[in-house]
Write a protein that binds this ligand. Sequence first.
Ligand code: AMP
Ligand code: GLY
Length: 428
Amino acid sequence: MTNVNTHDTNGKNILIVGSGGREHALAWKINQSSLCRKLYVAPGNAGTGEWNIPIKANDIQSLVHFAKTERIDLTIVGPEEPLSLGIVNAFQAEGLRIFGPSQAAAFLESSKAFAKEIMDAAKVPTAAYQTFVDKKMAEQYIRDIGAPIVIKADGLAAGKGVIVAATLDEALDGLDTIMGGAFGSAGEKVVVEEFLEGPEVSLLCFCDGDRALPMTPVQDHKRALDGDQGLNTGGMGTYSPPPFWTKDLEAEVIRTIAQPTLDVMRERGTPFTGILFLGLMITVKGPKLLEYNVRFGDPETQVVMTLLKSDLIPIFEACIDGRLENIGIEWLDGTAVCVVMAAPGYPGEYTKGIVIKLPETKDSQVIFHAGTKMDQGELVSSGGRVLGVTARGESIVAARKEAYALVEKIVFPNAHYRTDIGIKGLAE
Ligand code: AMP
Ligand code: GLY
């Protein structure tokens, strides 16, 4: 796909914080903007190599120092951890412009119990639930309600703190795991929740504190294996948009979920600016919210950036300045599919240092890097999720064909990937 940058000398110096596929996709898009003068990614991966600086995403002090000395005009934060550590507050305290929620607003993701409290206050449709710090009481509640039931560690647990239990035994084992210290302090509090059914959609919204502007909706594939089997992962692939999505459904989600959330956050003195990522389940009783994330999704961003026609920079600026109402976003026609290629063993123990060879890509294809690095002139794997092989096509069928044709051409011995990304969109 086109990768042109006129690099306007009057443009902005931009810093992206993070090192995953999401950050490569953001960098790929921003690099195409005529409003970008110089781009940096901290610390980045092999895909963002030309822009990388060796500062870790959680090293907030060093990032502030870098932004000051290099005259960074705009910083964009990818992962949740620096946000929950207060990177936005630290930058703002130094007069630096940064896109993302404050530490207090980021609490929507860092505490599931807080998220539920806000959902209640905003009357957002969600699963019925109870929060517990006492294991005995949690156990009694689980026995009273029975299976299927869902048990969630309160704190950040790298996407692994949620147990969807089909049986009472699974539920009680899950409670033992979470409250037994497997997630450290993240498991001191649990949320026990009603089991919901329906297709899941990730709706990412640009937010300026007052209003939410939704992006193209995405379906993620969280389980490791085809047919949604196997362990939960960070996400094995995505496609956008799902065929069942309608403008009416989008309007309902904004009216019943996004807007009331922003209103409550603003009324509490912690307005939400940044990306509000709604993890939705479309039930027979309408859209319900499973969770908030306070950042771009990974691998959602790979398909969203592939379909985004508008320049990203003016949208970020409008969010920071509270003038999103003047912004319209344009999307390319068609569908995008992203197939994640992971290291053998992922999401369990996995091998690192596998040598990878990448083919040429067509205009409709792009390979986003995640866990990759250069080692003595060779591209090697350095993480669990390694590549996000992405393609755009007129239909799901066409985009899948282009994405999987590219997967076949990549030399990555024993790579693990799903063969059914986007299939759920065909079945609907
Ligand atoms: P979360 O980390 O909250 O997104 O949960 C991870 C996954 O667990 C979700 O993507 C859903 O597939 C599933 N899940 C979470 N909450 C529920 C629920 N109340 N009912 C059914 N499945 C759920
Ligand atoms: N793909 C799900 C997430 O980014 O949380």
